[in-house]
Ligand binder design. Structure first.
Ligand code: IMP
Length: 182
């Protein structure tokens, strides 16, 4: 190996393979397609930057409806490993969502604090409906209960990485979800 070259991918344990992710996304997409069949052109997917970008780009191709997409940048303050629930919008939606059927697309719900903030914030903008789709959920870490209308997988209390999820901004481009062994 050349000096400065890092091993890639690092030795993460696989939690969900590329194939498992593909299968689950196809199921979620079919469920969402069925549920939003009658909303016409008014379905808006809102991706929460940056973790949901890979999930959202694959998921939207399994939804056979004329949807639109927007993104919201969120910074959550905490001690580095734990979110405090104090959330700042770093980049807001590009368009109003009043009267639209909004589906928030998240990478992972951990304590639930970010999702809770998002629900409260987006509700004030008077969407016709507001639901949550999250790829992952860590039920053991819940501090605030938030509805998850569409869930990919529940995961144990390990730090997970890949397929959009990062460690210090790295490894979002892994095509599987892995975890760091304690
Ligand atoms: P919450 O507010 O505690 O629910 O935190 C949600 C955010 O924390 C997610 O959108 C992720 O960006 C980040 N996060 C929580 N757990 C993990 C993890 O295991 N891997 C990577 N990011 C995580």
């Amino acid at each position: 190996m050349m000096a400065g070259q890092a091993t890639f991918p690092p030795p993460f344990k696989t939690l969900f393979s590329k194939e498992q992710l593909h299968t689950r996304l196809a199921e979620l997409g079919a469920e969402i397609t069925k549920d939003y069949q009658d909303v016409g052109e008014d379905l808006v997917l809102i991706g929460v930057l940056k973790g949901s970008v890979i999930f959202m780009s694959d998921l939207c191709r399994h939804i056979n409806l004329p949807l639109s997409m927007d993104f919201m940048g969120i910074a959550s303050y905490g001690d580095g490993t734990k979110s405090s629930g104090v959330v700042q919008i770093t980049s807001d939606l590009s368009k109003p969502i009043a009267g639209k059927h909004v589906l928030i697309v998240e990478d992972i719900i951990d304590t639930g604090l970010t999702a809770h903030y998002l629900f409260d914030n987006l509700k004030t903008r008077l969407p016709a409906s507001l639901k949550m789709c999250s790829l992952l959920h860590k039920p053991d870490r819940t501090e605030v209960e938030t509805p998850i209308n569409y869930l990919g997988f529940s995961v144990p209390n390990n730090f997970v990485v890949g397929y959009g999820l990062d460690i210090a901004q790295k490894y979002r481009n892994l095509d599987f979800i892995g975890y760091v062994e304690e």
